[in-house]
Design a protein around this ligand. Structure first.
Ligand SMILES: NC(=O)c1ccc[n+]([C@@H]2O[C@H](COP(=O)([O-])OP(=O)(O)OC[C@H]3O[C@@H](n4cnc5c(N)ncnc54)[C@H](OP(=O)(O)O)[C@@H]3O)[C@@H](O)[C@H]2O)c1
Length: 290
């Protein structure tokens, strides 16, 4: 079992949503947490909280979409710490749209944030982990990567890529002392990119509290779990896994189950709500300046 006390953890997306819960859980284990995101003020707040909880927080504002500049981030991180023990690739974005409505920039930004950046960050820190024969990478994916979600196809593609990349890397890293895990949360309540929409998740899909995602991250590290599906309980977790097994055999059958649960309808509602908010914001700007 891995002990987190005194370990140095690089956590992306630490300034909001699930990242804050993960940061607090690491702080209670007395870890040093290097917190990355674009919002300096929020990062400083969570770093103070980490330190108050018994860990050590180091705030580094950085846009991880700048994949080519992640090597500069690495050099900067080494001003504060000698090495990284654990990377938690948590930062992620989602833009719900019909495929034809995406711009190329939007597609690129989802893939860069959710997939390319975790791969490149790991590539940069991996040699030192391999040298020390110790380290753990935790990727926060999503159930949307286990079964595609209509109107969120690029997000699904990014998360499914993250799951498969983790799967390949686990085999590549076997016997090296470096471990890798993937966490697949379903809908999360209270905070995060789904809760922000203000729409309740479909009843039969359910939603987990953010605390359970943080708990899953600790479990993945301490018990070296390959993949954890975060849902509302053990029975539901096994039911979800069974659904995905059936989905491997008969994908269209699970399309019907998803329609019955209301998942495509929910994503469409989120898309339309966001579009209405955007239109009313544009109208208010035109009203002010027009
Ligand atoms: N919430 C859910 O229901 C749910 C379900 C399944 C999976 N997930 C996954 O869980 C992870 C966390 O999501 P969340 O719900 O906590 O989302 P969130 O509330 O929107 O928070 C996302 C975090 O990522 C950071 N971030 C986004 N783009 C970034 C960039 N280019 N560079 C650096 N940091 C960036 C944000 O900080 P700044 O904006 O300050 O940069 C923020 O700290 C994501 O990978 C998401 O896909 C969430």
């Amino acid at each position: 079992m891995t002990i987190l006390t005194g370990k140095t953890v690089l956590l992306t997306g630490a300034s909001g949503g699930l990242g804050v819960y993960i940061a607090r859980a690491l702080a209670r284990e007395k870890a040093t947490v290097i917190c990355i995101s674009r919002s300096k003020v929020e990062l400083d707040i969570i770093c103070d909280e980490i330190t108050a909880l018994g860990g050590k927080g180091i705030s580094i504002p950085f846009d991880i979409k700048n994949v080519a500049k992640l090597s500069v981030l690495k050099q900067y991180i080494h001003r504060f710490v000698d090495h990284i023990d654990i990377i938690i690739n948590n930062a992620g974005i989602e833009i719900c749209r019909l495929l034809s409505d995406y711009s190329l920039e939007e597609i690129q930004s989802i893939l860069e944030t959710n997939l390319l950046s975790p791969i490149e960050l790991t590539r940069l820190f991996l040699p030192s982990m391999l040298e020390r024969r110790s380290g753990h990478i935790v990727n926060i994916a999503s159930l949307s990567g286990k079964k595609g979600v209509a109107y969120n196809s690029i997000y699904s593609a990014s998360k499914s890529g993250l799951i498969m990349w983790t799967d390949a890397m686990r085999q590549e890293l076997a016997g090296t002392g470096v471990k890798i895990s993937v966490i697949c949360p379903g809908y999360v309540s209270e905070v995060g990119l789904v809760a922000k929409s203000g729409l309740p998740a479909p009843y039969f899909a359910g939603s987990s509290k953010p605390f359970y995602v943080a708990k899953a991250v600790l479990r993945a590290i301490k018990q070296n779990q390959a993949e954890i599906i975060v849902s509302t309980g053990f029975i539901i977790e096994y039911f979800v896994k069974l659904l995905f097994v059936i989905g491997q055999l008969y994908p269209p059958f699970i399309d019907v189950v998803y329609r019955w649960i209301g998942i495509p309808k929910f994503t469409r509602m989120r898309l339309e709500k966001k579009r209405n908010v955007d239109v009313s914001m544009i109208n208010s700007v035109i009203g002010k300046h027009g």
